[in-house]
Structures are given as C-alpha cells and as structure tokens.
Ligand binder design. Structure first.
Ligand code: MN
Length: 264
C-alpha cells in the first residue's frame, strides 16, 4: 500500500536563473572539519544562481536555539550559511537528521526553508525535489519514527527541554543509529519506485532529485501507463573517505551534471 502523496509545494524560479546546484547528506559535525571546510569553500566558490540543500546537511540538529549558544558548531554553521545566502538565494529542505531546523534558523541564516516535496519550475521544466526518506517505505521502523518526529506537538514538547538535555538525547539517538548501521541486521531501504512515480505524476514532473540513500545513481523508471520518468540520487559528502566524496548536482539549461568538488 502506497501512502497518499503529501501536498506538493511549488517554487517558480525567477527568469534570470541560469545555473542551480543541489547537494545533500553532508552530515556536518564538528568532528569532521575537512567536510565542513570543503562545504565552506564550495559555498564561497559556487557560481550558481541558487543552491538547494536537500536534507541531512547537519548530522544532528536539536533546535535553532543551539545557534545562539556562543562558540557552538551550529552558530558557526549559521554564520557560514548567512554569508552564502548573501551571495545568492539558498534553500534548505529537512532530512531525517535535521528535521528540527526551523523559523529561527531561516531568519538568522537567510536560507529559505522548503517543504518536502517541492517542485521547482525552471526553464519550462518541472523538477521534483525531496530528501527521499519519506519514500523509503520498506523501512517500516523508520517510517513509524518519522510519523512521531514530524508531529508538531511532539516537536514542541522536545524543544521545550533544556538545550543540554536535547543535545544529550540527539547524541544518543545518533549512537543508536550508528550501532544499527554496523550491526548484522543493517538494512538499507531504497526509494519505493511506485511511490516515487505517484509523486511525480501528482507533481506533473518526470524527474525526481533526492538524497538520503547515499547511493548516487540515475534510475530510469516507467509508469503503469508507459510514461518515462527518472530518479536522480545525490551523493553524500565525506572528505575523510578514500577517495573523498563531495559531489554537486548542477542543473544548466535543462541538463543535469555531476560535479566532483574535490579533485581525486
Ligand atoms: Mn537522510
């Protein structure tokens, strides 16, 4: 059973946008300064007219008030993004790690929040953007957690806890997730094709761009009516990996291209 398609937001690109770029799954954290530095350099050097951050930019995010804590990693990231957002429009979509990014972040950084999914209308084409986690239907345990964690009441309750308590809980959730990843039961659900096709049909789009699975690839799909569609999966970033990963998806005049930001 495919769950109902969520409401699809629409973003009409201004006529003067020539190049837009998409990144996701950077999983930024203080303990991985190389990845943070590469992202900072990318934001500074990119010539894109707009940059879309499609989720899990942060390894963990326990509330926007963390940005107000002097010297915090979140304050540092907020400053970096604010500088980038003065160069060109920046957009942010929630991932499963940073779903608590909210209005205060938006105000402080100047980065605009996007609903998941959002269809980007650009150059006469419609590009459906998502983090991708909502489409990994086979991971029923995660979908149950997602339903709870995206509930405004649950979020309000969590955000009412002291920041230090939230940081500790975020840390332990992260450790549990790491332990699960390394356990024998490790199971990586992929995006459900039927659900992806249903979203695309609702959006009037033929191309879905998403991250989350850390399995960068282009998948051709075909709907039940024979209609052609494509699923373009973003890479995660890890500058400490061999070889380092820092891939950008660039859209120029209707054509998508993968750019490796770090020379191999
Ligand atoms: Mn994710």
């Amino acid at each position: 059973m495919i769950p109902p398609t969520p409401p699809i937001k629409e973003l009409q690109a201004p006529k003067d946008w020539r190049v837009v770029e998409f990144v996701s799954d950077l999983h930024l954290r203080r303990e991985e300064p190389e990845t943070v530095a590469a992202f900072r350099r990318y934001l500074h050097e990119s010539a894109a007219d707009a940059i879309f951050l499609l989720g899990d930019i942060f390894e963990v995010w326990v509330g926007d008030d963390s940005m107000d804590e002097p010297g915090s990693f979140e304050a540092e990231c907020g400053g970096m993004l604010a500088q980038a957002a003065r160069q060109r429009p920046m957009f942010f979509m929630h991932g499963n790690r940073d779903f608590l990014v909210g209005a205060h972040f938006e105000k402080r950084s100047g980065v605009r929040l996007l609903g998941d999914p959002t269809v980007l209308a650009l150059g006469g084409k419609r590009w459906l953007l998502s983090h991708g986690d909502a489409l990994c239907l086979d991971d029923t345990e995660y979908q149950k957690f997602r339903a709870v964690a995206r509930d405004p009441q649950w979020q309000a309750q969590f955000l009412s806890l002291p920041l230090a308590v939230r940081r500790a809980q975020g840390q332990s959730a992260r450790q549990q997730s790491e332990a699960r990843k390394h356990s024998a039961q490790a199971f990586y659900a992929d995006v459900d094709s039927a659900a992806a096709l249903q979203w695309l049909r609702s959006a009037g789009s033929q191309v879905l761009i998403h991250g989350h699975t850390h399995r960068p690839a282009d998948h051709d799909m075909r709907g039940s009516g024979g209609e052609k569609a494509k699923r373009v999966v973003l890479s995660d970033w890890d500058l400490d990996a061999t070889p380092p990963r820092a891939q950008i998806l660039r859209l120029t005049r209707g054509t998508l291209e993968r750019i490796d930001f770090v020379p191999k």
